[in-house]
Design a protein around this ligand. Sequence first.
Ligand SMILES: Nc1ncnc2c1ncn2[C@@H]1O[C@H](COP(=O)(O)OP(=O)(O)OP(=O)(O)O)[C@@H](O)[C@H]1O
Ligand SMILES: [Mg+2]
Length: 361
Amino acid sequence: MTDTSLADAPGTTTAQRPFLVVDDLRVHFPTDDGLVKSVDGLSFELRRGEILGIVGESGSGKSVTAQAILGLHKGSKAQVSGRILLDEQDLVPLSENDMRGVRGDEVSMIFQDPLSSLHPFYSIGNQISEAYLVHNKVGKKAAKQRTIEMLQKVGIPNAAGRYDDYPHQFSGGMRQRAMIAMALICQPKLLIADEPTTALDVTVQAQILELIKELRDELNSAVIIITHDLGVVAETCDQVVVMYGGQCVEKGTVDELFDRPEMPYTWGLLGSMPRMDRVRQERLTPIPGSPPSLINVPKGCVFNPRCRFSDRVEGRRCFTEHPDLLETTGSTDPRVRHQVRCHIPPAERQEILLTEIRPTL
Ligand SMILES: Nc1ncnc2c1ncn2[C@@H]1O[C@H](COP(=O)(O)OP(=O)(O)OP(=O)(O)O)[C@@H](O)[C@H]1O
Ligand SMILES: [Mg+2]
């Protein structure tokens, strides 16, 4: 452990101490059909001033992970285990009540669906002011002032004039901005943004990512961005976790993930996902097959039913042995080690990347 003041100093982007440690997180839901293993042994670390991207196809466990960090499974049937250390405090054993104090004070979330977190019957301004009042001992007038400032900051034109508007009077892009204003007004040390730019036009997307980066720069916040868009990751994130079937199958710095991806699933994603920064979209090739059942997860490697390369591994290990998440030979950053969950021998992975994958991306 190192100097804690470093982690708290505004503007410091290289704090040594992780602010968020997710360690062997599991979120399982008992259902009539069996146990749904939505998140199964996920680990990552995030420092203040860093932006982590979580990517993966629909149903891979991204939102459930975010909900677990916010303690939103508390009081439900979900079985949550592992550790979620926020500033060294483990959130997993906290009661729903204690967790409520942490949320909003320290952690804010931008939800996948902006309407789900905006109440239709209260004005936008009131809702944001209320969020501010819950965590700050100020009068209503000061809260209103602060809200208008924040609405201006997220680019709502004539913010004072639109304070009393209701959610339905805002466009989709404006509602998303209003929700971001609500998430930022409490100056969270950790911001979790679940698909923050989905369904927004490209210009608005870019503005919202800029705002998130500003928060990171001004408050030295840690940020998690969940996205389907690898262009968003390339533009904003420092490190990436690739999720498949509730597990992390590859993680590393953004540069490593884009320059030297090693997991066949990551190769598939790179070829199949839209890229805001890529003009030519016509070469998108979907990954054949569909994501695994989270109740009957395939034996061996969770990706084996869709992997084109499992015959390169001797002894059918891909079908019998669950691969560990291991550091790659090319891992360069000691703080964010490049790790991959794959039985293909490392030298062969490099070879496949160079000769078969790279030319198609
Ligand atoms: N309360 C619940 N009970 C049972 N299963 C659940 C529950 N919540 C989520 N799941 C399941 O967990 C899996 C992961 O869901 P999650 O919402 O995390 O996916 P995601 O990666 O965010 O997908 P998307 O990209 O579509 O948002 C899904 O199969 C989902 O059906
Ligand atoms: Mg989701």
